[in-house]
Design a protein around this ligand. Structure first.
Ligand SMILES: [Zn+2]
Length: 219
């Protein structure tokens, strides 16, 4: 799905199998966000192919958090030119939980090329803001793209929902605080880790309002 001229969404809408949405910023530098489950990587490969691209063309792979349905396919890029970037706090979390949950969570054994911290991230001519948003996962990050008023929200918020807080080191109070930070951003598109995009300033505002008025009661 084309979101903007240089922004594409490979949405996952399989009714039975869990996987995340993957996003491509198709500038001079090609940025892939959340490559998803390894066993479903053909979904991303096909999406890239529709745009006459291949995984080898990617320059940067950004990961919002370390759950396998988002991160597992980083291994596809191990021998390619793409730089793999994961939050520093999330890498500590992955390393800490790996001996206990690694197999169950299926987190791949890998070394990121670059550790993300809160702040500006310049990739070619594109400037993203890395926002630390714990709650669903301790080192979860969202990426805002102020030039295009886009927010890649990972599993912090969805179109009509919020991320789970019952997974290892999830935290409801942190999730609320993270969502409140995101709600203050000037955003026209929310592109989340699962589900449909939220398109349009009013729809984005309404989505945040509904989340706060409804879902906050259940965290
Ligand atoms: Zn997750």
């Amino acid at each position: 799905m084309k979101i903007l001229d240089n922004l594409h969404a490979f949405l996952w809408d399989h009714p039975m199998a869990n996987n995340c949405n993957t996003y491509l910023i198709d500038g001079k530098k090609k940025i892939l966000i959340d490559p998803g489950h390894y066993e479903f990587f053909s979904h991303v490969r096909d999406g890239l192919s529709d745009l006459s691209l291949t995984p080898e063309d990617m320059d940067v792979v950004l990961v919002t958090h370390g759950h396998p349905d988002h991160i597992e396919s980083v291994q596809v890029f191990a021998d390619m030119k793409a730089v793999i970037a994961v939050s520093q706090i999330e890498m500590d979390f992955i390393r800490k939980i790996a001996p206990h949950y690694g197999q169950a969570l299926g987190v791949p054994d890998f070394e990121p090329d670059f550790l993300l911290q809160e702040g500006e991230l310049e990739i070619g001519s594109i400037t993203l803001h890395v926002i630390h948003t714990p709650g669903h996962s301790p080192g979860s990050v969202c990426f805002s793209w102020p030039d295009q008023k886009v927010l890649f929200s990972g599993d912090v918020i969805f179109n009509g929902g919020i991320g789970r807080t019952d997974l290892p080191m999830g935290n409801g109070e942190q999730l609320k605080a993270s969502i409140r930070r995101l709600a203050a951003l000037d955003v026209d598109y929310v592109l989340s880790g699962h589900g449909e995009p939220v398109n349009g300033r009013e729809a984005v505002k309404r989505n945040f309002q509904e989340i706060e008025s409804f879902w906050f009661g259940y965290i």
